[in-house]
Design a protein around this ligand. Structure first.
Ligand code: ZN
Length: 681
C-alpha cells in the first residue's frame, strides 16, 4: 500500500500562531509537525526506529546566537513527539568531531550531553552525529518497511540505482554511531545532488531546506520502492494449518512454562503476545522458513528487541507438550551461548551475556509470538517480527534477504551503551505476573486491579456487568484487559483462563473476588436463593480454582490463588446466613486447596474484610445499619479497634502483600481495622 502525504498547510499555519516568532520556535513547529506525520505511520518508523532533526539558531542568556541541532531524544516516539523530545545541542562542537579518526560511543554520548542547551534534556539520538554532519537544515531518517526490504536485498545498490538513478547515494553497512556519521557524510559530499541516502542493511535518510521538502521526499522515495515491490508481490498463499482454540491455549501455557528455565517463585515467566493474521500464518508455512529463521533482522537495532533469530517451532511442536517445547528452548539456549562465546572473545571489553532465552518464537500454525517481561515489550517484539516477516517475504521475491552479519548483529546486541544499562534497574515486584481479578468492576476488584497494575502486573478484569467493566477499564487504562462473563455459567472458568492466555500467555495469580450478599432470616430463607448464593459465593470460586490449577500445571511454575472470604465466614451476622454459609465453605476451600496444591508450588490464601464501602455494602445499607445502631455513618464505618474506616484500597493492599509473601499458604488475612469477635486465631 502506498503512503499518503499528510501535509496540511492550514494545520502548520495554525500551529505557527501558537509560538513566538524566533527562528528556533518557528523551526521547531515545522520539525515537530512532520516528525509526528512520519511517526504516526508504523510502516515508516516503528518503536523508536527512526529519528529527525533540524538545524536552527538559539539565543543564550547573554543574548548571543548559537547554532544548534535539534534532534530526537531517546525515550520519545516520533508519532507523539513534542519540543522537549527534540533537545537542542550546540552544533559547532559536534562538527569539530568530524576531524577525529575514531570516537568511542561513551565519548560520543558525553560530548552530546555536555553540549545540550538544557541539561535536563534526554540523551540525543545515537544517530545525532550523522544528522549534524549532513549540511541540510531538515533531516529525516526512517526504517520504513519498503526501504528495509530494499536495504537488505543482496544487490541493494543495483536495485537502488535502477529505481532512483542518482537521486539516492548508497552507504554500505556501518555500525550506527561515529563511524556511520563519518561515512554517511562523506558519501553525501561526494554526491552533492543526491536527495537522500540508502543505508545498506539499515534504512533511509533524506533531507531538505525546509521541513516540507524533506517530508515530501520521505513519502515519494518510500512510495517509489513500495510500488516497485508491489509489482513483484504475489498474493500470499492461504494458510492451511490452524490449531483449535483449545489446542492453541494449551500450547501457549506449555510454552510460557518452557520459556523460563529457573523454577523458583521469584523467577518470572514471560508475557506472551501472539500475531496470527493469515499473512503471518502463510509466511510460517513457506518452505524457506528454516533458512529465514537463521538469516537475521531487517535493521540492526531490532536485535536488541527480538534477538538475531527466532526460536522456530514446526506444527508438530504445537501439540507436543511442555517437555518437548523445553527441549527446543534448551537447543536455542545452547546455540545462543555458542554465538555469545564466538563473538564475545573478540570484543575489546568483557561482555556480560544477556538472557539466552528466545524473545521471539515462530510457531507454525499459531503465529509470531513475542516473549517479553511485560505485555508492552511482547507487543513491540511482535510488531517488529511482523514487519520483518514482510521484509523477508518481499526480499525473497526480489533476489533474497541479506541482512547484517551475525558479527555485526552481535556488536549491536552487545553494544557498550546497552551493556552499561544492565542491572541498573530492578523490575517492579509484579512485572510479568498475569493477574486475574474477578468482580473486577466492583470497589474491591477495581482497587485490587489498580495495586497489582501499579506494581507492574498484567491484569485481566472479569465482571458480569459489561457497562461497569467498561467504566472500570477506562478508569485504569494502561493495557488492562477485560472479560464480561457471568461466573455462574458452566463455561465461565474455562473462558476466563482462555481469555487470560489469549491476552498474556497464561496466568500467575487468581484473585477470586466476585461475590454478592443475600439477606434474609434462615427460618424464612428460600432454598433456591441459597443455592444461587452458593453458585457465586462458593462454586464459582471452586471452578475458577480448578481451572487455574490446570493452567498452572501446564506452565509448571506454581502460582497463587487469593480469595475474598468475608468476616461472615467466622462471625455470623443476623440475617446474613445465606451469604455466610457459602463464605464459610469458601474459607474451608482455601485451606483444602492450600493442602492439595502446595506440592505444585501453588500458594492459596484469603482475605477477611469487613465494612468496606462497596456493591455489597452500598450507601443505602450503610445508612440503614448506622441508623439501626444509633450511629453516624462515619462512626458506623469506623466501628473497629483502631477507629478508622477500612477502604477497598486497604483490602487490595492485603491481596498484594499476600502475593509477595512467598512462604505463606493456607492463611486468611483479616482486614477489618481490628475486631476481636471476628479474629481468626
Ligand atoms: Zn537508523
Amino acid at each position: 500500500m502506498l503512503f499518503a502525504n499528510c501535509w496540511e498547510e492550514a494545520e502548520i499555519q495554525s500551529r505557527l500562531k501558537t509560538v513566538d516568532d524566533t527562528a528556533l520556535s518557528q523551526d521547531l513547529v515545522y520539525r515537530v509537525y512532520t516528525s509526528q506525520l512520519i511517526g504516526k505511520v508504523p510502516d515508516l518508523v516503528m518503536h523508536g526506529g527512526g529519528n529527525t532533526s533540524c538545524k536552527s539558531v538559539a539565543v543564550d542568556l547573554n543574548g548571543d546566537e548559537i547554532a544548534v541541532l535539534c534532534v530526537k531524544g531517546s525515550g520519545w516516539d516520533l508519532g507523539t513527539i513534542e519540543v522537549p523530545g527534540l533537545p537542542a545541542v550546540r552544533l559547532d562542537p559536534l562538527l569539530k568531531l568530524r576531524d577525529l579518526d575514531a570516537l568511542s560511543d561513551e565519548d560520543m554520548v558525553n560530548v552530546q550531553r555536555a553540549n545540550l542547551l538544557d541539561s535536563a534534556s534526554p540523551n540525543p539520538s545515537v544517530e545525532t552525529l550523522l544528522h549534524a554532519f549532513l549540511p541540510h537544515k531538515f533531516v529525516d531518517h526512517t526504517h520504513s518497511t519498503p526501504f528495509l526490504t530494499l536495504a537488505n536485498l543482496p544487490e541493494a545498490e543495483d536495485a537502488m540505482r535502477e529505481l532512483f538513478a542518482g537521486r539516492l547515494a548508497y552507504v554500505p553497512y556501518v555500525m550506527p554511531g561515529f563511524a556511520l556519521a563519518k561515512t554517511g557524510a562523506r558519501i553525501q559530499a561526494e554526491n552533492p545532488t543526491a536527495e537522500g541516502l540508502l543505508l545498506g542493511k539499515h534504512g533511509h535518510f533524506t533531507w531538505g531546506d525546509d521541513a516540507k521538502s524533506s517530508y515530501d521526499r520521505v513519502i515519494e522515495h518510500t512510495n517509489l520502492v513500495e510500488a516497485w515491490l508491489a509489482d513483484r508481490r504475489s498474493t500470499p498463499a492461504v494458510p492451511v494449518r490452524r490449531p483449535t482454540s483449545e489446542e492453541k491455549v494449551e500450547f501457549l501455557q506449555n510454552l510460557r512454562g518452557a520459556l523460563s528455565h529457573a523454577h523458583d517463585e521469584v523467577t518470572r515467566m514471560p508475557v506472551l503476545d501472539v500475531v496470527d493474521s493469515d499473512s503471518v500464518l502463510s509466511f510460517l508455512e513457506r518452505s524457506d522458513v528454516p533458512q529465514l529463521a537463521k538469516a537475521g533482522v531487517a535493521t540492526p537495532d531490532h536485535v536488541i528487541r527480538t534477538k538475531a533469530h527466532p526460536m522456530l517451532l514446526p506444527a508438530a511442536a504445537v501439540g507436543g507438550g511442555r517437555e518437548m517445547l523445553a527441549e527446543s528452548v534448551r537447543a536455542y539456549i545452547e546455540e545462543y551461548t555458542r554465538y555469545f562465546d564466538d563473538f564475545s572473545g573478540n570484543a575489546a571489553i568483557q561482555k556480560v551475556m544477556l538472557s539466552p532465552l528466545p524473545k521471539l518464537i515462530w510457531a507454525e500454525g499459531v503465529g509470531l509470538i513475542g516473549a517479553g517481561a511485560s505485555l508492552k515489550e511482547a507487543q513491540i517484539i511482535t510488531d517488529l517480527a511482523e514487519q520483518n516477516s514482510r521484509v523477508m517475504a518481499d526480499g525473497a521475491a526480489n533476489g533474497g534477504f541479506a541482512p547484517a552479519s551475525a558479527s555485526d548483529l552481535f556488536d549491536m546486541e552487545y553494544w557498550s551503551l546497552e551493556q552499561a544499562k544492565l542491572g541498573k534497574s530492578k523490575p517492579p515486584a509484579m512485572q510479568g505476573r498475569v493477574v486475574v481479578v474477578t468482580g473486577g468492576a466492583g470497589a474491591i476488584g477495581l482497587a485490587t486491579a489498580k495495586v497489582f497494575k501499579a506494581a507492574g502486573g498484567e491484569v485481566l478484569l472479569v465482571d458480569k456487568d459489561q457497562a461497569a467493566l467498561d467504566a472500570a477499564l477506562a478508569a485504569i487504562g494502561n493495557g488492562v484487559k477485560g472479560l464480561a462473563i457471568d461466573l455462574t455459567e458452566d463455561r465461565a472458568a474455562g473462558a476466563v483462563m482462555q481469555s487470560a492466555t489469549g491476552y498474556f500467555g497464561g496466568i500467575d495469580i487468581l484473585v477470586s473476588n466476585a461475590g454478592y450478599a443475600l439477606e434474609g432470616a434462615i427460618a424464612e430463607l428460600d432454598e433456591t436463593a441459597l443455592h444461587e448464593s452458593f453458585e457465586l459465593n462458593f462454586f464459582a470460586h471452586f471452578r475458577l480454582a480448578r481451572a487455574a490449577h490446570a493452567v498452572m500445571g501446564r506452565q509448571g511454575h506454581g502460582g497463587q490463588m487469593l480469595f475474598n472470604v468475608s468476616k461472615q465466614a467466622v462471625n455470623p451476622g443476623r440475617n446474613f446466613g445465606a451469604y455466610g454459609l457459602p463464605k464459610a465453605t469458601l474459607m474451608f476451600l482455601v485451606r483444602q486447596l492450600a493442602l492439595e496444591f502446595g506440592a505444585d508450588g501453588i500458594r492459596v490464601n484469603g482475605v477477611n474484610a469487613d465494612r468496606i464501602r462497596s456493591g455489597l455494602l452500598n450507601d443505602e445499607m450503610i445508612s440503614n445499619r448506622s441508623k439501626a445502631r444509633g450511629l453516624s455513618e462515619a462512626d458506623y464505618l469506623a466501628g473497629n479497634l483502631i477507629g478508622r474506616e477500612v477502604e477497598a484500597c486497604h483490602v487490595a493492599e492485603g491481596f498484594l502483600a499476600l502475593a509477595q509473601s512467598y512462604r505463606t499458604s493456607g492463611h486468611i488475612m483479616t482486614i477489618d481495622g481490628g475486631n476481636v469477635e471476628a479474629a481468626l486465631r
